[in-house]
Ligand binder design. Structure first.
Ligand code: URA
Ligand code: SF4
Length: 206
């Protein structure tokens, strides 16, 4: 990544990307959206029908549920960054192929590097697999892990709760723990290095 990288540059590259076959069936690319200094980043799977139509992440039923959960814990959608592991819609909402995820990975890597969020919440197994390749989501959801000073918390995908109402309470409980998990994990970090942006207490989210 060069020092002149930016979210706009990534979005522009995604818009003209032909690195994987998903480019040929997309209506619009969905690079992701949110503030470049977001403290929390949510990473889903890939655009669905509505996202492909609008070029924005999580704007369908899953998005409504995500927004509802965020609001429930006092966050606005606009203050978090929302992205996906693949930026173009898999036809018919099929699962993204490993080769597609691999081809798209650089964009997500660059977004994470630029935003440098305190915490990443993975939504569903495809984004979870990047940090927890062998894990089962039913066993690790809602638990915080730290990677290079950053908290990563796997959540079920919101669509799972919509398809399986018995999961709804679980997803809600995970969301309600989120801010505490992030704070606790940050407090348990070893004493700070120079690249730490600022004191946690000064961050508006906490
Ligand atoms: N599901 C996802 O994983 N991502 C979206 O952007 C929308 C639905
Ligand atoms: Fe490029 Fe990613 Fe879209 Fe594939 S999914 S065409 S790698 S932007």
């Amino acid at each position: 990544m060069s020092t002149s990288d930016s979210l706009e540059k990534i979005a522009h590259e995604v818009a003209t990307c032909t690195r994987c076959p998903l480019h040929s069936t997309r209506t619009n690319p969905v690079p992701g959206e949110g503030p470049s200094n977001a403290q929390i980043m949510f990473i889903g799977e890939g655009p669905g029908f509505h996202e492909d139509r609008q070029g924005r992440p999580f704007v369908g039923a899953s998005g409504d549920f995500l927004t509802e959960m965020l609001n429930d814990i006092g966050l606005q959608r606009e203050e978090v960054f929302i992205a996906n592991v693949v930026k173009c819609r898999p036809p018919g909402n099929r699962d993204p192929e490993p080769a597609e995820i691999k081809a798209c990975r650089e964009y997500l890597d660059r977004q994470i590097a630029l935003i440098n969020p305190r915490a990443i919440v993975t939504l569903g197994r495809f984004s979870m697999a990047r940090w927890f390749p062998d894990a089962r989501i039913s066993q690790i959801h809602g638990k915080a892990h730290t990677f290079d000073g950053r908290v990563v918390v796997p959540f079920f995908h919101p669509a799972a709760a919509l398809h399986q109402p018995s999961l709804r309470q679980t997803v809600m409980d995970d969301f309600r723990k989120l801010l505490t998990l992030i704070q606790t994990a940050a407090e348990n970090q070893p004493a700070d290095s120079d690249d730490e942006p600022e004191d946690l207490q000064q961050l508006s989210l906490f």
